[in-house]
Design a protein around this ligand. Structure first.
Ligand SMILES: Cc1cc2nc3c(=O)[nH]c(=O)nc-3n(C[C@H](O)[C@H](O)[C@H](O)COP(=O)(O)O)c2cc1C
Length: 175
């Protein structure tokens, strides 16, 4: 499969660690591209409606090249740190801009990986999970997995052997 991984974190920390663990399992049998959200220049959606949800965005920034990659993928892996009980702004920005071709993003396979500095029974993970479930229902996405991890210091997740193995094994299952 063609997989795009959207990295919603700017730091080389836990989200990137999770991505690498997933890729360790998935890279052999899939074509993978990482979208580094912090490297992109993407203006917020103005709600102008010119796109009509299929024509692409009027913004002459990184919006259209980014959404083109997402539209061309079989699977989208959303990966984000928890910021203020939700996904990061960089991740939300990309998702908002998906509106410009929303109708062409249907029936994708998706995965979601969330890393936060609070234990995984905190409501924040449930809020994020529900938001992705709603998007998935709206766009007929097949949710392959949603995983949440607790790690705060930027080298903390890599020390969680169980999490590393789990993510690698999830990657191996993706064909
Ligand atoms: C702006 C900001 C807001 C945050 N808000 C939360 C939060 O609401 N809940 C939480 O558990 N952790 C919060 N954190 C901690 C991060 O989610 C945590 O450190 C995570 O491991 C960061 O992932 P990264 O290493 O990939 O950047 C916040 C961190 C930052 C920088």
């Amino acid at each position: 499969m063609k997989i795009v991984i959207i990295n919603g974190s700017a730091r080389k920390g836990n989200t990137l660690t999770a991505i690498h663990a997933f890729m360790k399992g998935a890279a052999e049998k899939n074509e993978i591209e990482i979208i580094a959200s912090d490297k992109l220049k993407i203006a917020p959606c103005k709600g102008c409606g010119v796109c009509q949800c299929y024509k692409g965005c009027v913004d002459q920034d990184d919006t259209n090249p980014t959404i083109n990659k997402i539209a061309a993928a079989d699977m989208i892996l959303f990966t984000t740190p928890v910021y203020w009980w939700g996904m990061s702004a960089q991740m939300k920005q990309i998702i908002d801009k998906c509106y410009c071709r929303g109708m062409q993003l249907k029936e994708k396979k998706i995965g979601v990986i969330v890393v936060g500095g609070s234990p995984t029974d905190n409501i924040q993970y449930e809020l994020i999970r529900k938001q992705f479930e709603c998007m998935a229902s709206y766009l007929s996405w097949d949710v392959l997995f949603q995983k949440s991890y607790y790690a705060n210091g930027k080298d903390e997740l890599v020390k969680n052997v169980e999490a590393m193995e789990e993510l690698e094994n999830i990657g191996k299952e993706i064909l």
